[in-house]
Design a protein around this ligand. Structure first.
Ligand SMILES: Cc1cc2nc3c(=O)[nH]c(=O)nc-3n(C[C@H](O)[C@H](O)[C@H](O)COP(=O)(O)O)c2cc1C
Length: 192
């Protein structure tokens, strides 16, 4: 399968980077073709501005929007890897979604409301967090993280199956626990 990995972390030594490298390697080992879009490295322009909106309405999309949409079209599977920042993705990834998942590309409105236009079989979302799992479970916060990306964005745009995986307390866990997390990442590749 062709898999596009959309990655949003500014630090090349981050744990997110380790996740990216492990997952990419494991997917390739399994025969998938992968393509990494490292949004900070690309210096992706993340603000959907008035000119973008006007161009989208005219169907005259910006060059970088077209290029990213080509990458999304190339893929049958999508992967998003990012840290949770204030209960959501880093702004650069939110902006990528704003600017790439345009109407008539990712969704459209019809008589019965919004319908998804993406045809991807699967998406995988991997998050890292500073908080602990027990608190997120007790407070019902996991749902606040999962539903916007899995349902509000990917599901609404037509992606059939979204797998979500979170790794908690990343800044404070031991190196051994980090290795165990990376082993789980390898398992995710096996089931993609
Ligand atoms: C701007 C900012 C906002 C953050 N917001 C949250 C948050 O809402 N919930 C949480 O559990 N951790 C939060 N964190 C902690 C990060 O999620 C955590 O440090 C990161 O996932 C660790 O992965 P890394 O080492 O690859 O950066 C935040 C960190 C930053 C820098």
């Amino acid at each position: 399968m062709n898999i596009l990995l959309v990655y949003a972390h500014p630090n090349p030594c981050s744990f997110n980077r380790a996740i990216l490298e492990v997952l990419d390697g494991a997917l390739r080992e399994r025969g998938h073709a992968t393509c990494i879009h490292d949004l900070y490295h690309m210096q992706f322009r993340a603000t959907l501005d008035g000119e973008d909106l006007a161009r989208n309405w005219r169907g005259d999309l910006a060059d970088d929007t077209r290029a990213e949409q080509d990458a999304v079209r190339w893929a049958q599977g999508l992967v998003f890897i990012y840290p949770v920042w204030w209960f959501g993705p880093p702004a650069i990834l939110k902006g990528w979604i704003d600017r790439i998942f345009t109407r008539k590309f990712a969704f459209d409105f019809g008589p019965s409301g919004m319908r998804g236009l993406l045809t991807h079989e699967r998406a995988l979302v991997i998050n890292t967090l500073g908080g602990d799992e027990a608190t997120y479970q007790r407070e019902g916060w996991q749902e606040l993280l999962v539903r916007p990306i899995a349902e509000g964005i990917l599901g609404a745009c037509g992606v059939r199956q979204v797998v979500y995986r979170a790794f908690y307390q990343v800044p404070t866990v031991s190196p051994v626990e980090r290795q165990a997390m990376l082993a789980k990442v390898r398992e995710l590749a096996a089931t993609f």
